[in-house]
Each structure stands twice: as C-alpha cells, then as structure tokens.
Design a protein around this ligand. Structure first.
Ligand SMILES: [Mg+2]
Length: 339
C-alpha cells in the first residue's frame, strides 16, 4: 500500500522555533488521511518518524517527510532536533511511504549499524542527567502491555533480537534457520529465575511477527512477560559520538518498581551504546551473524545460561562486571555470598 498526500492548510501549537522541551503538535498527511502527532522540541526527526510509524505502521526507514518551504534534506536527517525546525502553526507535514505487511524477513533493507562504541563513564553520567526529563516523558507516553504477569521474587532478563537471538541479515526460506542455536533451551532455563522481556529497535508489529515465527510466544516451557519496541527507546546526543538511540532500562523500572530495579535486571544486546543510560546492567553478547555457517558452532546461549543461573541468587547484579562474564565461576558466586 503506497501513500502520497499533498500539503494542506494548518496546525501546530507552537511558534518557531520552539524551545527544547516545548510540546509540538503536528498534522501529518499520509495516504489520504491526517494524523495528529505530538512530539517535543528535544525529540529528533528519527523519533518523530517512530511516532508516525506507530500511527501509520510505515517503518521509519520507509518514510520521506515533506514540509512546506523546508528543504527535504532537513527532514531526511534523523539526528536533527525538532526544536531547530521552523514549524508553522498553519502548515501540515506530508509523509510519503509504503507500508509493508507481507514481507516476512527483511534482511536487505534493514539499516546496518556499522560501528559500535563505548562511552566514557563521565560522559555516560552526563547523558543520564541530561536526558532524565526525556526519559520521564517516555515513561508517561509508553505503555508496556504485559503478556504475562510479573512474578514476585524473579529477576529480569531483557533481550535484544537482531544479532542477539536472530540473524536478521541472512536470508533463508524459513526464519527458524536464522534463529540462534539453543534459543528455546536458553529461555526455558532462564525462565526459572528470570522474568523475560524482549526489546527490539523496530516496530511492535515486527517484534511480534519475528517472535511468533520463532515460536517464542507459544512455547509451553516459558512465558514472555512483555515485548518492547522502538517507541520505548530514546535518542540522545553526546559530544564524542553525536546522536544515537539507546534502550533506557529506567523505563521498565519506573513502570514496575515493585518488581524490577537496577539491582535485579540484566540486559543482553550486541550493541554497547544501547546500555548508555544503564551500563552496569548490560552484557554485550557476541553478535550472531552468518547463520548458515555459524549455526553449527555457536554456543553463546548455552554459555550465557550457565552465567545467568550462576548469578541468579545474588542480591545485586549491578555490582558485577558483565564484561568478564566468561571468566565468572560458581566459586566466585560462593565467595561473594559469604562476604
Ligand atoms: Mg541487535
């Protein structure tokens, strides 16, 4: 389904340019319909596209945004802050984009994130402070739908999908061929001690589709507590690395404070930058790529099962250095317990 719509008359609530945290209401025309989108001045074009995706299901990477008297290149840059765009109360935005609902695996066109990076600790602290308000807003806006109840006394395991559980860039007739080996065994074992949430930087439709295809949502041996998508992420900026997206666990902790906190949460992701607001809770998993050749040898999920179960009794997981998880042993746990 393709959609093109012309620019029409009017509506934003702000004069130009807006202050960083001022709310901006935009009317976006797409495929003959109008959508009202609320964003803030400190949101980026990339975040605006995610909100439009939520309303239209057109994935951000397929959206082209047009605005009267504005060079299209301005809105083609996902890192541009909306406070720098001179929106006028009397003008509407037009989105051109194609919705996809039949593509099962979309390996070719998903954007490849080239290099991951580490953020120095002081810069990470700065980001955490600078974006505290933005995170609070996300907590208010984003609803986590529980598929299964949170369980008293369980820790929380948060999992990325692409390159963590699934090789999204190889092609296969059956998505199961791209599933990381031992996925169901891993989830079954982890479920004994951890509630499990899956958080992917794509839209909910795709998260559900992928997880459904892999049988993760229907396996009788474990239950997934919740799925989170790109709308739960926030875009941050720092001097050394520019603008990038991250997955703030603080959003989950704020939603379920009686169950989860920085002390009992661990997150697996192949991108370190996703942990920038909670570096002590992140474990960088070796990316699962080239599924057809690595399928026979990849044992990461087996090894990580051992680690997860070894640390499951600890009171505070955030004391651990997850970077050296491979050298962690049961002895180490026992020593810590008796300290
Ligand atoms: Mg990933």
């Amino acid at each position: 389904m393709a959609g093109v719509a012309g620019a029409g008359a009017a509506s934003t609530s702000t004069s130009t340019p807006s202050s960083p945290e001022e709310e901006i209401t935009l009317t976006v025309k797409w495929s003959g319909k109008e959508y009202t989108v609320r964003v803030c001045g400190d949101d980026t074009v990339g975040e605006l596209k995610r909100r439009i995706c939520q309303l239209t299901t057109v994935l951000p990477k397929r959206q082209k945004l047009l605005y009267p008297k504005l060079l299209p290149s301005k809105l083609a840059d996902d890192t541009v802050l909306l406070s720098s765009v001179p929106f006028k109360p009397s003008q509407k935005m037009t989105m051109i984009g194609t919705m996809e609902d039949d593509i099962i695996v979309d390996p070719v066109e998903s954007p490849e994130i080239v290099d991951d990076f580490e953020i120095a600790q002081d810069e990470a602290v700065e980001i955490k402070d600078k974006y505290a308000n933005k995170l609070r807003r996300r907590v208010d806006q984003y609803k986590i739908e529980l598929r299964n109840p949170c369980r008293e006394g369980k820790k929380l395991l948060v999992l990325d999908i692409d390159y963590t559980l699934f090789d999204h860039r190889s092609t296969a007739e059956n998505p199961l061929q791209l599933m990381r080996p031992f996925l169901h065994e891993f989830l079954t074992a982890a479920y004994a001690e951890y509630d499990i949430m899956i958080w992917s930087a794509t839209s909910m439709k795709w998260v559900e589709l992928k997880m459904g295809q892999l049988g993760v949502l229907s396996n009788p041996n474990y239950k997934i507590t919740a799925l989170l998508d790109h709308m739960a992420m926030i875009t941050v900026q720092c001097e050394s690395r520019g603008t990038f997206d991250c997955k703030p666990l603080g959003l989950i902790w704020a939603k379920f404070p009686e169950f989860y906190s920085s002390k009992n949460t661990i997150m697996f992701d192949d991108l370190r930058r996703n942990f920038v607001m909670n570096p002590q809770n992140g474990l960088i998993i070796k990316p699962f790529k080239k599924a057809h050749s690595s399928r026979d040898s990849d044992q990461e999920l087996l090894k990580l099962t051992t680690y997860l179960l070894a640390i499951a009794d600890l009171d505070d997981l955030s004391n651990l250095d997850h970077n050296s998880w491979q050298s962690f042993s049961e002895d180490n746990v026992k020593r810590r317990r008796h300290q």
